[in-house]
Write a protein that binds this ligand. Structure first.
Ligand SMILES: CC(C)(COP(=O)(O)OP(=O)(O)OC[C@H]1O[C@@H](n2cnc3c(N)ncnc32)[C@H](O)[C@@H]1OP(=O)(O)O)[C@@H](O)C(=O)NCCC(=O)NCCS
Length: 157
């Protein structure tokens, strides 16, 4: 498996995985991924098999100015057949390294019933901050907001 930076050419492969993972929650289309993967403040990485198959992806955006940066994880997903093999952790390592270059707090939202993702985020120093009721329009599911403080940038998971 190789960890690679993703650009717009990966949009179709990301959308395929997204459709499998978020079927009930309005998965991002290929067009949405083209926009995400093209945005200048976004950093997307993927884990790719040597044959070129994309197995997972993750993206983070940088907000604010240099020296006062904040970050938001936009998405992370590992195709179900590749889950449980450390790929999610590989993606998080890369996203947290990106946030460590100009250290700042990292924010995200996660469904309250998504135990695997919550455990992954807690492993990387995220803590629950709040609750957003009916955050996901398609399912009406609630979300926790989570934050990893800037001070965690020096910690390893
Ligand atoms: C969350 C997700 C990205 C984890 O990817 P993964 O490759 O399976 O994760 P890893 O094998 O690297 O595991 C890393 C850590 O995640 C957590 N984790 C992963 N699967 C878990 C499970 N089934 N139950 C509980 N914790 C789990 C654990 O903390 C694990 O660390 P450990 O192995 O030391 O216990 C994956 O489950 C996924 O794609 N889920 C669907 C998409 C999604 O919900 N994305 C998040 C949206 S906010």
């Amino acid at each position: 498996m190789d960890l690679v930076r993703l650009g717009p050419s990966a949009a179709a492969a990301c959308a395929d995985i997204e459709a499998e993972l978020f079927a009930g929650d309005d998965p991002w289309s290929q067009g949405a991924f083209v926009a995400e993967l093209s945005a200048p403040n976004n950093f997307y990485v993927g884990v790719v098999k040597r044959e070129g198959e994309l197995c997972g992806y993750g993206g983070i955006t940088k907000l604010g100015s240099a020296g006062a940066a904040e970050y938001e994880i936009h998405t992370i997903g590992v195709a179900s057949k590749w889950q449980g093999r450390g790929l999610g952790a590989q993606l998080m390592d890369a996203l947290m390294a990106a946030a460590g270059e100009d250290p700042g707090p990292v924010f995200l939202e996660v469904r309250t019933d998504n135990a695997p993702a919550i455990a992954l985020y807690e492993k990387y120093g995220f803590e629950r901050m709040g609750l957003r009721k009916n955050y996901y329009p398609a399912s009406g599911a609630d979300a926790y907001t989570m934050c990893r403080p800037a001070s965690a940038c020096n910690d390893s998971a």
